[in-house]
Write a protein that binds this ligand. Structure first.
Ligand code: HEM
Length: 433
C-alpha cells in the first residue's frame, strides 16, 4: 500500500490510515488493512488516531506492546470506556440510554475482583480437561456436518453450509439452547457483529448512521434478552447439566446475580462462542483450497493439523481488536499515554508483526512456535480458546480423509466489520474421497 501523507505529528497516525482502520468496509479488503498496519508498525507503532467520528484513541500495533498492556490489567481497564471501537455519537447514545459506556454488562467489561468472580462462575466448563470430555460429542457433530457437505455433491459455500453451523451447534449444546432456536441465535449474532455489513445488518441497507445503529443494536439485544429470560426461568425450575443452569442460578457474594447480568453473560457466550470459530475454520479451508500442496501435506501427516489450526487462527484473526482505558499515565515507546486515554489493541496487526513471525503474510503450518495472539492475553484471555481449537482440530481430522481435492469455486468475500470479521462466503469445489 502507498501511504500518501507524512505523519501530522510524531504521535499522530496519518489521517488516511486513521480513516481506513475505522471503516468497517476496509476489513472486507484485508490486504488494505494489513498494508496500513504494516506501515504503522514500521513507522509509528504507537500512534494517536484522530478522526471526525470517533473519540481520539491510541493505536497499539506491536505484539510485545499488546502483551505488556494486557498483562497489566490493573492499569489498563475494560470497564471504564467501551471495549469495542464505536463511533462517538453511538457511544454518547449508549451513555445516555444505559448510564454506562456498555450496551450489556458482561465479564468483557468488568475489571479486577469483580471480573475474576464472574469469570470463575463458568470458567471450569471451558478449561482443557472439561472441554476434552466433550470430544466424542464434538466429533459426532462434526461428522454430521461433513456428511451434509459431501451430500451437496462437490460444491458448496463452505461458510454458509458448514462453518457457520458446526461451532454454533457445539456452543449452543454447551449453553443449553435447543437446536430449533439455533437459527435465531445465528441471525442475532450476525446482526450484532455484522451491523454495518449490508448483507448481515438488521436493516436491508445495514446501519448507515449511529442513531439507527443504536436503535438496531437495542432491538437485537432486546430479542436476545427476551429469549434468555425464558431460559433463566426454566433453568431455575429445571436445573440441567449446562452453562445456562450455572448462569441462571449463579451467586456472587451469596446473592443471585441481576437479570441483566445473566443476560449479558448468555449473550457473550452465545455470540463470542461461534462466529469467531466459524471465521477461523473457514480461514483454514480457504488456505487448503488455494494450496493443493498444503492439502496433500496435512493429509499425509495429520500431526500437522495442530499447526494448521494455529496458523488459520493467526491468519484470520477473527477478533480484530479490543479497547482498553488507561487508569494512570504510562509511557509506551516514547509516547505519553494519559490516564483516561482509550487504546485500540490491534490483534490483527500483532499477528502480522514481522518481529515475531517470519514472513508474516505467508500461511505456514510449520511455524516452530506460533505465538499468535488472536485470543488476547492475560486476565481477559479468551475463555473459549481451548474449545475453539478442539472444534477446529476435530473438524479437520474428520474432513481431510473424506476429500481428494478442494479448490475455490468463485471469489471469497469477507464480512464488513471492524470488530469480528472473517470469510462471509467461501465458494468451493471438492472431490470426495
Ligand atoms: C474473549 C477471540 C472463541 C468465549 C475473547 C477475546 C478475544 C477472543 C480476542 C478478548 C481477549 C482479551 O481481551 O485479551 C476468540 C477467537 C475465537 C474465540 C479468535 C475462535 C477462534 C471463543 C469461544 C468461546 C469464547 C468458542 C466460547 C464460549 C469468550 C469469552 C470471552 C472471550 C467468554 C471473555 C473473556 C473475559 O473477558 O474474561 N475471545 N474467541 N470465545 N471469548 Fe473468545
Amino acid at each position: 500500500m502507498t501511504i500518501s501523507h507524512a505523519p501530522a505529528s510524531a504521535a499522530q497516525a496519518p489521517s488516511d490510515i486513521a480513516a481506513l482502520i475505522t471503516d468497517s468496509r476496509s476489513f472486507a479488503r484485508p490486504e488494505k488493512v494489513h498494508g496500513a498496519f504494516a506501515w504503522l508498525r514500521a513507522n509509528q507503532p504507537v500512534s494517536r488516531a484522530v478522526t471526525p467520528n470517533f473519540d481520539p484513541f491510541w493505536v497499539v500495533t506491536k505484539h510485545q506492546d499488546i502483551l505488556d498492556i494486557e498483562r497489566q490489567s490493573d492499569i489498563f481497564h475494560n470497564g471504564d470506556r467501551s471495549t469495542v471501537l464505536i463511533p462517538q455519537d453511538l457511544l454518547r447514545g449508549i451513555e445516555q440510554t444505559m448510564h454506562s459506556p456498555h450496551l450489556t454488562r458482561s465479564i468483557v467489561n468488568m475489571d479486577d475482583r469483580e471480573h475474576r468472580l464472574y469469570r470463575s462462575l463458568t470458567q471450569s466448563w471451558f478449561m482443557p480437561g472439561n472441554v476434552k470430555k466433550l470430544s466424542d460429542r464434538i466429533r459426532s457433530i462434526a461428522r454430521s456436518h461433513i456428511d451434509r457437505m459431501i451430500a451437496r455433491g462437490g460444491a458448496c459455500d463452505f461458510v454458509s453450509d458448514v462453518a457457520l453451523h458446526f461451532p454454533l451447534h457445539v456452543v449452543m449444546e454447551i449453553l443449553g439452547v435447543p437446536e430449533e432456536d439455533e437459527g435465531r441465535m445465528l441471525v442475532l449474532t450476525q446482526q450484532l457483529f455484522g451491523a454495518r455489513d449490508p448483507e448481515l445488518g438488521r436493516k436491508p441497507d445495514a446501519a448507515t448512521d449511529s442513531v439507527s445503529d443504536l436503535s438496531m443494536l437495542e432491538a437485537v439485544l432486546g430479542d436476545f434478552h427476551s429469549y434468555f429470560a425464558k431460559l433463566t426461568a426454566d433453568r431455575r425450575e429445571n436445573p440441567r447439566d449446562d452453562v445456562a443452569t450455572v448462569i441462571a442460578n449463579a451467586l456472587i457474594d451469596g446473592k443471585p446475580i441481576a437479570e441483566h447480568e445473566a443476560n449479558g453473560y448468555y449473550v457473550l457466550i452465545a455470540t463470542a462462542g461461534h462466529d469467531t470459530t466459524s471465521a477461523s475454520t473457514a480461514g483454514a479451508i480457504w488456505a487448503l483450497a488455494e494450496r493443493p500442496d498444503l492439502l496433500r501435506q496435512v493429509q499425509a501427516d495429520p500431526s500437522l493439523i495442530t499447526g494448521l489450526v494455529e496458523e488459520a487462527i493467526r491468519w484470520t484473526t477473527p477478533v480484530k481488536h479490543f479497547m482498553r482505558t488507561a487508569t494512570q499515565d504510562y509511557e509506551l515507546r516514547g509516547q505519553q499515554i494519559k490516564a483516561g486515554d482509550w487504546l485500540l489493541l490491534s490483534f490483527l496487526s500483532a499477528n502480522r508483526d514481522e518481529e515475531v513471525f517470519d514472513d508474516p503474510h505467508d500461511f505456514r503450518v510449520d511455524r516452530p512456535l506460533n505465538r499468535q495472539v488472536a485470543f488476547g492475553y492475560g486476565a481477559h484471555a479468551c475463555l473459549g480458546q481451548h474449545l475453539a481449537k478442539l472444534e477446529m482440530r476435530i473438524l479437520l481430522e474428520e474432513l481431510l480423509p473424506r476429500i481428494r481435492s478442494i479448490e475455490l469455486n468463485g471469489t471469497p468475500e469477507w464480512t464488513q466489520s471492524i470488530f469480528v470479521s472473517g470469510p462471509k462466503h467461501l465458494p468451493i469445489r471438492f472431490e470426495a474421497a
